[in-house]
Design a protein. Structure first.
Length: 306
């Protein structure tokens, strides 16, 4: 598949992810607690993917060990990341928690380079610096007097998300993304189901408007997850994770429209830097491929006497 499609899929994933926090804020304002939101969200995603698999992919069977790995990835890593991210909201500003989460492309890039999964090229390093700097400007957080536990939660969420992408990249080799996601979401749903039962905080008596809200959240989660893994398979974990940072500007602009939050010039500059990073990451690699192709063609012409 063309690398352009991988970039487009990562952008779709980031955009869909950017919509979910806005819907989550609506859910919290409507009285749904965090555990209920997470359980319903992941359970809904699992059921949709399971139904799709039953209809179109019922003949696809995975080895038991792969199934166990995928369920464990969801229950221990993805559920852990979601939990730490939500816990960070309770102790530090949401904007700071978001910045800390978006340290994950740095961790993905470093891990991918150390494990020899992908080379850390100049273009990737520049795009990473641009995207990270843009996010800091975009969210404009004061770091004075923040809660250390909240910082640990936020960094832990970033580490676990990077771990999810790196480990998941290896596990899903040769596995259809839709099948892999079904088992990952099964593990995450089981984890939050157990937490909800143990804490007694699961609340399922929702109004019709809240059920519609949760259904919308599930739709965008399914879209984000599927397109993320499709992108990872095409462009690799590093490019996919950097490109998906468009989630932050999407969330910011939607919040400004829906909740009438003020957007500053500095935040606009941050959005521009994130978008520039995406463009740099895409076209710098394409130019190199085109240049190499042109050089090869010239050599062939010379050797042929043309």
């Amino acid at each position: 598949m063309d690398k352009k499609w991988g970039t487009i899929m990562a952008l779709i994933s980031g955009t869909a992810y950017g919509i979910v926090p806005v819907l989550s804020k609506f859910a919290y304002q409507n009285g749904i607690n965090v555990i209920s939101v997470l359980l319903l969200r992941f359970l809904g995603v699992f059921l949709i993917i399971w139904l799709y698999q039953k209809i179109y992919w019922s003949d696809r069977k995975l080895p038991c060990l792969t199934v166990v790995k995928l369920i464990s990835l969801g229950a221990l890593v993805y559920a852990g990341q979601s939990g730490l991210y939500m816990l960070s909201f309770t102790t530090i500003p949401v904007s700071l928690a978001c910045i800390l989460l978006y340290l994950y492309p740095t961790f993905v890039t470093i891990c991918a380079a150390i494990l020899s999964i992908e080379k850390l090229t100049r273009q990737k390093a520049m795009a990473l610096i641009l995207a990270t700097t843009g996010l800091v400007l975009l969210l404009r957080v004061s770091f004075a007097g923040v809660n250390l536990i909240g910082i640990i939660y936020g960094i832990g969420a970033a580490v676990l998300y990077a771990t999810y992408i790196i480990i998941g990249t290896n596990i899903i080799k040769g596995v259809e993304p839709i099948i892999a996601l079904m088992y990952i979401m099964m593990g995450t749903s089981i984890a939050y189901g157990l937490v909800g039962l143990a804490s007694g905080e699961v609340f399922l008596k929702l109004s019709l408007s809240n059920w519609i809200l949760m259904a919308s959240m599930v739709f965008f989660m399914v879209t984000a997850l599927i397109f993320l893994w499709l992108s990872v398979k095409v462009v690799g974990p590093v490019k996919a994770s950097i490109i998906s940072t468009v989630e932050a500007p999407v969330t910011m602009f939607l919040s400004a429209i829906v909740f009438r939050e003020r957007i500053t010039v500095v935040q606009l500059l941050g959005s521009f830097m994130v978008i520039t990073a995406v463009i740099l990451l895409q076209y710098s690699s394409e130019e190199k491929v085109n240049m190499d192709t042109e050089i090869t063609l010239k050599k062939n012409r010379r050797s042929s006497g043309i």
